[in-house]
Design a protein. Sequence first.
Length: 186
Amino acid sequence: MDTISKAFEDVDRVEFLPDELKNQSHRDAPLPIGHGQTISQPYTVRKMLEWLDVRRGNIVLDVGFGSGWTTALLSNIVGPKGKVYAVERIPELMKFGKLNVLRFGVRNARFYLSKKNIIGLPERSPFNRILVSASANNLPNELINQLAVGGKLIIPVRNNILEVTKKANGMHEVITHPGFIFVPLV
């Protein structure tokens, strides 16, 4: 079994939903988690994780972690020697997501409330991988700057998911995966 399939098996989405939506956890659709945000549909999360190509021992930034589901999945994939830094802008969602993740006994994740006008967590960079779970209007250079050389960023931009790889010469390569809809990055 590959690491993504194992993570999906180990980290059940039902544990990251509000009580009134737990009976819908196996629907392959985004579901509301409050404050205008959603937990993404499983198909989309799996595709994003495949493109992100997370490895054991990686240091990963999870931007807009919301319910905590992606943080727990990433934690499972990077293993005990890896680290996940989870950033959320909405205080109530940060508390909700952090509690969800900690219930799983996760020890390799750290949680941060996003600072105003700052995307990501520049003080903890560089990261091997960055996952963003809400749609930006444009590709933020701030996140590319937080990647290690050879690192990957997966970010929704409008109705596309961009797969960005940082190159050694300060340049980056972008692959566009069209046809996705996300809530806006706030």
